[in-house]
Design a protein around this ligand. Structure first.
Ligand code: 6CS
Ligand code: FE
Length: 283
């Protein structure tokens, strides 16, 4: 199979253009202006998308899951729990009809969930993530062929300018950086801290040249919905405030873009990091 995004294969990094269109159709729940903005910038923040009750239930759900994964008080790093979209109460939000209609329209087909997770950034010390494109990882490690996949981020606590909010480079989704080859680590190590697939400073500068230096901090609150293209370059800093930051992530992929063999990895990651096999479309 031809690899149009040959990342982690050679000893030198380089750029290639995006091949796929960013979105197919305008979803019913957003205006034409917002749709165009999404296509141009590669992300969108939609205020008050969810009903407060839906989100409150997830906040309680997240608290109980968090108890399990941060029981060691010495651990102040980011903690992710994957594979949560079939679990109550998260299931309800992952299959919210307006959210599904939006993803189906944007992706122009039936959809399914490629990956779901809760990311916790505990207060006073949780570290962040280096600049990266999620698609780079999904292509290299999971065998996601095309950029036809969108992440929905659902804040369960306020994301402020201080508590390690996501930052994105608008328009960076139009260009792909093929990263240089790095020694392979285990899926779990890679998930906890990304080293492979991190573009060098010169490459990030080029993304900034295209955005004319623009960087957007995704400030949002419970009830809001953030959507971003799988190839949008993003980063997040550590959380030195006393305020924990918790976000849900559901990654929707087109059923026409199901995983093939990984393009730059020797095996499959666990199922909850990249769904493969028998796919049931969400309706
Ligand atoms: O390994 C992954 O699939 C992921 N890693 C990062 C740093 N962002 C998104 C995705 O969950
Ligand atoms: Fe990411």
């Amino acid at each position: 199979m031809i690899d149009y995004y040959p990342t982690r294969k050679s000893n030198k990094g380089y750029f290639v253009d995006r091949r796929e269109i960013v979105a197919y159709h305008k979803p019913k729940c957003i205006t034409k202006n917002l749709f165009e903005k999404y296509c141009q910038d590669g992300f969108l923040i939609i205020k008050d998308f969810f009903h407060p009750i839906e989100i409150q239930e997830c906040e309680h759900g997240a608290d109980s899951v968090q108890g399990l994964i941060t029981s060691d008080p010495a651990i102040k790093a980011i903690r992710s729990r994957t594979g949560i979209h079939n679990q109550d109460p998260f299931k309800m939000v992952a299959s919210n009809p307006m959210l599904l209609e939006m993803m189906q329209s944007l992706l122009g087909s039936d959809i399914y969930i490629h990956q779901s997770r809760i990311n916790y950034k505990a207060g006073i010390g949780a570290s962040g993530w280096a600049w990266h494109s999620d698609f780079e990882t999904w292509h290299a490690q999971d065998g996601m062929k095309e950029m036809r996949c969108i992440t929905a981020m659902i804040p369960l606590t306020e994301n402020t300018e201080c508590n390690g909010s996501l930052m994105v480079i608008p328009k960076s989704h139009e260009l792909f950086y093929c990263c240089k080859k790095e020694p392979e680590r285990s899926a779990e190590e890679q998930f906890a801290e990304q080293i492979e697939g991190v573009p060098p400073v010169e490459a990030i500068s080029k993304f900034f040249e295209r955005s004319k230096g623009e960087i957007v901090m995704i400030k949002c609150r419970p009830g809001d919905l953030v959507i971003f293209d799988c190839n949008l370059i993003h980063v997040s800093t550590s959380n030195m405030t006393p305020h924990d930051r918790t976000n849900l992530f559901f990654v929707y992929n087109s059923v026409e873009n199901q995983l093939v063999e990984p393009f730059a990895a020797s095996g499959y990651r666990p199922m909850e990091m990249g769904t493969r096999g028998e796919i049931k479309a969400l309706v």
